[in-house]
Design a protein around this ligand. Structure first.
Ligand SMILES: Cc1ncc(COP(=O)(O)O)c(C=O)c1O
Ligand SMILES: [Zn+2]
Length: 373
């Protein structure tokens, strides 16, 4: 089968030749459709070599000129809480300290192979830093739109990579401005299908690195790049026959920023553009792929779980105490697990994946400010 881009809404589809990020006919998000994953056995995929170890199941434009900084193959640490086995996937150990590096490796590879010389991204901080880093490594220039209150550590590192940084009043305004910028090619992870391709590898690793088959996965969710990538990876593993059942996907959002809860009819939408939440990675409400995220939740029989700052501080405290140096946004998943166990939705004997999405090392001052001494 040819590798194609396919619209998520209309019936537009085209063979992959150049970089495209949305449907030219109806402007909806697009997906990459391929059956490369059916052509190879798991033992031919190699851990520890960044995207190069999985190159044969990645789309054509990535295979043509892969740029890798050793992303992925992050450690899994097994812990048990109240009879539930937790697989902590240490995504904060990626090159710039977040899972976003998986998507930047694939996105910048695709950009490089199509001769793109300047990329534009919008971000709460981590994705922008990650794109700035991979673009620098590939000799591509980058412009990053971020909210004015993005963590300083992330902004300073973006500057080191030579990114042109535009600070906007809110996360949503950063998203809107980036799309209108025509001085480069938009690679924003809210839209770009290559980000999802990079993350799907994380699902393969979860199966290849250890023997437990997860029953549930809890993912802090904003743009949906992470949850959609993991779902795609598990879907491919099922199609290949490596696993039989889809784990339940729980998307975690902040009480004040939950487009998913609104979409699922669980809450009236409270649009607050910039409250002082510590969960700064989840302040996005303009989510082009929201329909796809809802499908993942419904098809996997999962749900959306809402948390507030108080829940997150408690969870963060426990995680730091356990030795995981993560940022508040990542702690939302552990806060959600506590709720799911208390509500009897996650039961004893289950195996639950918690990807620890971002490093606390980029915002140590914030950690010291918010954690009870
Ligand atoms: C640390 C961290 N976790 C989770 C997310 C949300 O991920 P996604 O946008 O893929 O839904 C972000 C987004 O910026 C993040 O920075
Ligand atoms: Zn379309």
């Amino acid at each position: 089968m040819d590798e194609v881009y396919k619209c998520t809404k209309c019936d537009w589809s085209i063979s992959i030749e150049r970089y495209i990020w949305r449907c030219p006919r109806c402007n909806a998000p697009i997906q990459i459709i391929s059956d490369k994953h059916l052509e190879i056995s798991l033992k031919d995929l190699k851990l520890g070599r960044g995207i190069n170890g999985f190159i044969s199941i990645l789309p054509k434009l990535i295979r043509m000129s892969p740029i890798s900084l050793g992303e992925g193959s992050t450690a899994i640490v097994l812990r048990e809480v109240l009879g539930v086995k937790i697989l902590f996937k240490l995504e904060y150990l990626n090159p710039t300290g977040s899972f976003k590096d998986r998507g930047s490796a694939t996105t910048i590879s695709a950009a490089l192979s199509t001769g793109i010389t300047r990329v534009i991204e919008d971000s709460s901080g981590n994705a922008g830093l990650s794109i700035a880093c991979y673009a620098s490594a590939a000799g591509i220039s980058s412009r990053i739109y971020a909210p004015i209150d993005a963590p300083r550590g992330k902004i300073e590192l973006m500057k080191l990579f030579g990114a042109d940084i535009k600070l906007m009043p809110t996360r949503n305004e950063a998203a809107r401005a980036a799309i209108l910028d025509k001085e480069g090619i938009y690679v924003g992870h809210r839209w770009n299908p290559y980000a999802i391709e990079g993350v799907k590898i994380e699902a393969y690793e979860l199966i290849m690195q250890q023997d437990q088959i997860p029953t549930a996965i809890i993912v802090p969710t904003a743009s949906g790049m992470h949850i959609l990538g993991l779902y795609k990876g598990f879907k491919e593993l099922i199609e290949r026959g490596d696993i039989r059942e889809m784990p339940r996907f729980y998307a975690v959002q902040h009480e004040d920023y939950s487009p998913l809860a609104i979409k699922l009819g669980r809450k009236d939408y409270l649009k607050r553009e910039s409250p002082q939440t510590i969960v700064n990675g989840l302040r996005l409400t303009d989510v082009p792929r929201i329909g796809e995220i809802v499908n993942v939740i419904k098809r996997s029989e999962g749900d959306v779980v809402l948390v507030n700052d108080h829940d997150v501080v408690q969870a963060l405290k426990v995680l730091i105490h356990m030795g995981f140096v993560v940022e508040p946004t990542s702690a939302t998943a552990y806060a959600a697990l506590n709720k799911l166990i208390n509500d009897g939705i996650v039961e004893k004997g289950e195996t639950v994946v918690i990807p620890l999405t971002g490093s606390g090392l980029k915002m140590t001052k914030k950690l010291i400010d918010v954690l009870p001494k």
